[in-house]
Design a protein around this ligand. Structure first.
Ligand code: AMP
Length: 618
């Protein structure tokens, strides 16, 4: 269907090309960008000052919602009604944020630890999705004012490690803001696009994207080949950034002036003034060698050398993350042919030097590090609008996805680092005769037991026609779309009974937990293997016990008393072994029972055959 826009003043039909905007929805700042005369450009506000919109939402006493610079000004004077860093809460449960709650100046509420967090402002409750939607609305207004037209389609960026729940939450926030979110794009992918990397399909690159913002650090290793972007690995620290540099400077001044830090911390206004002064000093030191200032007669002096010394340990931590990411990506330093700098804190000379030294090359820092992600998002949007053909973006899943199988084992269907979009199917069957329903529980994680992984959702495939155990053919498909949202589909192939869910996880995983899950899976690999072996032996043994019982029930007439008694006692011995924890004992008992019953089973088969032939003759 064609759509026409009519210019209300002239009555002319405007023939506007489709416009899709790129949005960087950041923890500290957000931006909107679009392609103007073939170039990506971030949009400034009405005052024309900055392209950055602080990701802060303030609720005024009259109930008005204010976003951006005006809201940021309220952070100190009205902290309870001023919400910042909401990105950290996207797709998270209360349980996820409990440990870090003191980090937030506002109230995070939920009695149910498994449900998503809400934020209390006066007597109202808001979800992180609603609050993010307010930021997105402000960005939408900003570009609509700039272009004097309605904007309803967007590409929004998210960190590469965002899980399904966090991506879904971002998409929902867009919807709530009146935006059709055509694509969720990884931030490092957007940053590469801003440098034009990947646009030429004949080239292939392995690149590192180093992103140091105000409060978070991310490193991503990407491989770009045939216009396909693949995230090989991500690493980082969710509580490391420019704010820590500021804090280090404040601590330095406190010590230099022999002040009492507890007293300073107790004085909210003074500590805030010092913090702002420290940020000013830090920014100045990005281009000068010394800073001199004063706060309430406290002398605030620092040289570049002193500053470098203060932040060296923090920078070293980011370098360690880079090394881990390289290891995870299974690439050598020499394989990295571009290093892209993202985030305001990469303006610090020591950061640029250390990263350059680590990777043995000059870093890419020509594009404004605050805008690079939004600009890349605008380029991606332009590709989607059909203006740049033949470019495909491909990412990988950060954690394995699978389902629960008998005994609480995790059966991985999509291994971690699988490329997406993707579709994988696997066949399962029932374990009980006449089973009509099959529960499909979907998990995310690296451990062998589902109890150590995170549940994303479950559903029941109902109405399987009654059949003996093992006969139904249930195909389970995992379909992961380009945004990393998972659809799980189950179908019994004999009867075509089918059921599917789109996994909107009941609660998300924090980045710290995600890292922990990976580390855990490595540290517990040996234990997990032992447990898996035991559980697998038990599952197999239980099946054998079931078939032995069925065999005894169906073949009484061809077995003598001794055979029946021995089969019974060997079955019981197997049951006893299953009750224990010695997998070798279980395997041994299985083998004894199998060896004993094999000739009996042959006899039963011959007998059945004979009966069948008799039947034919009649
Ligand atoms: P982002 O989260 O990417 O917006 O980065 C914000 C961080 O970058 C804050 O900690 C800022 O203080 C820091 N930043 C911005 N400009 C500079 C600069 N010129 N030198 C050092 N740090 C800066």
């Amino acid at each position: 269907m064609a759509k026409f826009a009519i210019d209300l003043k002239s009555g002319d039909i405007k023939n506007e090309a489709e416009l899709i905007v790129g949005i960087d929805l950041g923890t500290t700042n957000s931006l909107v960008a679009y392609i103007k005369n073939g170039q990506a450009e971030a949009v400034k506000g009405k005052n024309g000052k900055s392209t950055l919109v602080p990701s802060v939402v303030h609720f005024s006493p009259e109930g008005k919602i204010v976003v951006g610079d005006a809201a940021k000004e309220k952070l100190i004077s009205d902290p309870e009604n001023t919400i910042y860093s909401v990105k950290r809460l996207m797709g998270k449960s209360y349980g996820d944020v409990q440990g870090v709650q003191q980090y937030f100046g506002y109230q995070i509420i939920d009695n149910d630890t498994e449900s998503l967090v809400k934020i209390r402002v006066k007597d109202k409750f808001y979800t992180p999705i609603e609050l993010s939607a307010e930021i997105l609305k402000a960005l939408k207004n900003r570009i609509e004012e700039e272009l004097d037209r309605v904007v309803s389609k967007a590409v929004i960026t998210v960190p590469a490690y965002f899980n399904d729940s966090q991506r879904q939450a971002t998409r929902d926030a867009g919807k709530l803001a009146g935006l059709d979110v055509l694509r969720i794009v990884n931030e490092p992918t957007a940053a590469s696009l801003a440098y034009g990397i990947g646009l030429d399909q004949s080239e292939s690159h392995t690149i590192a994207v180093y992103d140091l913002g105000g409060g978070t650090f991310d490193i991503s290793i990407l491989r770009i080949q045939d216009g396909v972007f693949e995230v090989l690995a991500t690493n980082g620290d969710t509580f490391l950034g420019g704010d820590d540099f500021d804090r280090a400077i404040v601590d330095y001044w406190t010590a230099e002036n022999k002040l009492d830090s507890t007293q300073i911390n107790a004085d909210k206004e003074l500590s805030q003034a010092l913090r702002l002064q420290a940020e000013k000093a830090k920014k100045a030191l990005s281009s000068e060698s010394e800073y001199r200032g004063e706060v309430n007669t406290i002398s605030c002096q620092i040289t570049r050398e002193q500053f470098d010394e203060l932040i060296q340990p923090l920078v070293d931590r980011t370098i360690a993350c880079c090394q881990n990411a390289l290891k995870d990506a299974q690439v050598q330093l020499a394989d990295i042919d571009r290093v892209i700098m993202v985030g305001g804190s990469t303006r610090v000379p020591l950061v640029r030097e250390s990263v350059g030294q680590t990777f043995g090359q000059e870093v890419y820092d020509k594009v404004n590090p605050d805008e690079v992600v939004a600009l890349g998002a605008a380029i991606q949007a332009d590709i989607l609008a059909g203006n740049q053909k033949d470019i495909l973006l491909l990412d990988v899943t950060p954690l394995s996805l699978g389902i629960e199988t008998v005994g609480g084992l995790m059966d991985i269907i999509l291994p971690r680092n699988s490329k997406i979009p993707t579709r994988v199917g696997r066949r399962y069957t029932t374990s009980v005769d006449g089973q009509r329903n099959l529960k499909i529980a979907v998990y995310q994680g690296e451990r062998d037991l589902i109890q150590h992984n995170r549940k994303l959702g479950e559903f029941i495939l109902k109405g399987i026609p009654p059949m003996p155990a093992g006969l139904p053919k249930v195909e389970i498909q995992f379909i992961l779309n380009a945004d990393g949202i998972l659809k799980v589909k189950a179908e019994e192939l004999r009867s075509n009974v089918e059921q599917e869910i789109e996994v909107k996880p009941t609660y998300g995983i924090s980045e710290e937990e995600m890292a922990l899950m990976l580390i855990d899976s490595i540290q517990n690999a040996a234990d997990d293997m032992t447990v898996r072996a035991l559980l697998e032996a038990r599952n197999e043994a239980n099946n054998i016990v079931l078939s032995a019982e069925r065999f005894l029930g169906q073949n009484q007439e061809i077995l003598n008393e001794e055979e029946i008694a021995t089969t019974r006692s060997l079955t019981q011995a197997l049951r006893d072994a299953v009750a224990g924890t010695d997998k070798d004992a279980i395997n041994q008992a299985m083998e004894t029972l199998n060896t004993y019953t094999a000739p009996l089973a042959h006899r039963a088969m011959d007998f059945a055959l004979l009966e069948a032939m008799k039947g034919k003759q009649i």
